[in-house]
Design a protein around this ligand. Sequence first.
Ligand code: NOJ
Length: 704
Amino acid sequence: MADKDRVERLLASMTLEEKLGQLNMIDAGAPPMGEPEMERQVAAGRIGSLLNIHGAERLNRLQKMAVDNRLKIPLIFGLDVLHGHRTIFPLPIAETCAFDPGLWERTARAAVEETSRAAVTLTFAPMLDVCRDPRWGRIAEGPGEDTLVTSRYAEAKVRGFQGTDLRDGVAATAKHMGAYGAVAAGRDYGSADISERQLAEVYLPPFEAAVKAGVAAVMPSFNDVAGIPATAHGEILNDLLRTRWGFDGIVVSDYTAVVELIAHGVAGDIAEASALALKSGVDIDMQDEAYVRGLPDALKRGLVTMGDIDRAVRRMLTLKERLGLLDDTYRRTSAPPLPANHYDALARDAARRSAVLLKNEKSVLPLKPGTRRIAVIGPLGDDPLQMFGCWFAAAGMDSATIVRGLRAALPQTEILHEIGAHIEEPGETGIAAAVAAARSADVVILCVGEKKEMTGEAQGRGRLELPGSQRALAEAVLAVGKPTVAILCAGRPLTVPWLFERADAALAAWFLGSEAGHGIADVLTGAWSPSGKLSVTWPHDVGQIPIFYSHRATGRPAVPDVYYCNRHTDLPIEPQFHFGHGLSYTRFAVTKLNATPAEISGDQSVTIEAEVANEGGVAGEETLFLFLRDPVASVARPVLELKDFAKAVLKPGERKTVRFTLARNDLAFLGRDLKPRVEPGEFQIFVGANADRSKLTATAIRYR
Ligand code: NOJ
C-alpha cells in the first residue's frame, strides 16, 4: 500500500514546473536538450524519469542530482528489458513456444536481478500484442497469435518482474494498448481499423490479465484504433482500463507519441496534443517534452485543469513510493554483484525449450553418436551478436553460437564452418566453399534466416523469404545430397516451403539469446528431446496472411476441390505448420478423453481428462491443448478457441492423465451487445497436440 499522505504532502508543495517535471520522461541516450542541459533539468526537478540508461555508477550520480533538489524526489530509470538484461533469454515469440508460464516467470525474475542492480526500476515489458501477421516486425517481441497464451504470458511476466512487493522488483509495463499487432499489412505504426468485437475478444484481454496481476504501468500503442490514436483513446485508457478494470498505476506514452497526435490529425498544436493525451489518461510523456511545452498553454486555454495535472503527478509519485525509492533510493544497486555466468543454465534451458522441431525425416535427428564431420553452413552459424534478436540492453557482444554449441557438445566430431552467403549483401562467391564443405561432411547444418536488425520495431517485411543470396546458397548445398538440417534463425515465421520440402529436418530456432548455441546443440544431439510448439501459425505464403487457427466459420468452409468455398485458387488451404505444431524424438498418443459431468448448469464446472502416453523410445515432454467450440450461438464463434494447455513429462512407455477444468466463464462469449453471456446448448471439446482439427480427439458437453 502506498503512503497516500506522503504523496499528497509532496504534491501540495510542488510548483507547476515541478509537477510537469514529474510527467516528463527523457531518453538519456538521446536527450533532445543535450546532456549538460538534461543534467541541469534533473537537478532542477524538471525531469521525473529517464529511459535507455542503465548502470549503477552513472545512474546513482544522476539520482544524487535529483535527490539533492529541495523536493528530494528520486528519478525512475526505465529500460526495455524484453527478454533479459545482461543474460539474454529467447525472444518472446520463441519463449512462448515453450508453453511454460513457470519458465516465463523465472526468466523475468532473473532479468530483474540483473536490471535492478543496474539501477533500473521500470521496464517497458511485457509486450502483449497479439499478432496474426508475421509481416509485422514486432511479432518477434510478442507472445504470438493467441489471446489466452498472451494472457498467461502477461500474468507470468508481471509476477516475475514485480514479485509480491514492488520494493523488491521492477515495475512492469503492459504494452502496447491496443491492437498494435493488427496494423494494416504489417507496416509498423499504421492503422488498426478493426471491429470493437475483435478489440474486446482478441486484443484487449491480455491487458486485463496484466492489470489483474497488478501491473504497475501501461503504454498505449503508436497506432490508431479505427480512427482514434491509442494515445488519445480515453474510452480505452480511462473508461476501460481505469474505471472498469480498476487499474491504478501509470500510463506512459510511447516515444514521442504525444506530439505525434498532431501528425495523426487529431490535434492542431502541442497544447492541444498534450491536453488530449492527458485528458485521455496518459500520465507520462516520453521524450518529446510535450507536457512541459504544451500543458502551461493548455492550462491557460482551459483545455486542462490543475486537477488533471495533479492526478497524473499523484500516480507518478505513488509509483516512486511503491518502488521504495522515496525511502531507500540506492538499495537496489547496493546488492552484491552476480557472477557473469549466474543465469547461463537458465538461459540454456530456456533456449532448448523454445526451439521448435518443424520436420524430421529419415531420422536425421538426433545426430548419430560418432558422426565424423559436420558442416555448419550459413551466415547465422557462428555470428555471436546475431543470436540476441532485437532488444539486448546490456548483453555485450558475445553469445554461444551454433558452431560453438556443437563443438562443445561433440568434441570428437570435426565441425567445419562456412558462411556461404551474407544475409543482406548480394553475391554468391562463398557458395563454392560451402558446397565443398558440405561434400566433405556426413551431415550439413544449414543456418539461415534473418538478421536480428530485420526484427522488431519498424521492421515490417512484405516478403518473408530468405533475404539476400541465402536461397541460392541453400539450394546449392541441398543439391549436394547430404543429410541436411535447416536451422531457421528469425524473428518471425519465414515462407520457405521449398526448404521445408527439401531439407531432411528443420528447426525454428528464432533468436534464442546468450546460450542459443548450447540450447540448439542439446536439441540436435538429443541431450534434450525437443518440446517447443509454435505459438503462431506458420504460413506457406505471404498471400495466406492473416492465417490463424481461431478463425470464424463461414457458410462455405474451405474444402479441397470445392469450387465456391473460402479459399485461394493458387494457394493451399492449410498453413505450412499449425499453431501448436512441434515434433519431438518420441511419439505421444492421446486417448481416453472424458468430460464429467457431461451436462452442467449454473456455475458448475466440468473436469476434462485425457490420457497421454509416450509410445516412443526416449523421455519427452508433451504439451496438450484444450480447445472449445460453441457450434450454435447468437454470434458466430471461432472454429476453435484455446481454453487451456498443460504439460506431461513422460518416460518411454509411461502414460499419465492430464486434467483440465472448464468453468462457466470459459463457455462465455461476447453477445451482440458485447456483454459476456453463456448460451445453453452443446459445446464441443477438443484435446490434442496442436490446432490441426483432423488430429484432435473430441467430445462434447451440454450447458443447460
Ligand atoms: C518505442 C517502442 O515502441 C516501445 O516499445 C519502447 O518501449 C519505447 N520505444 C522505448 O524504448
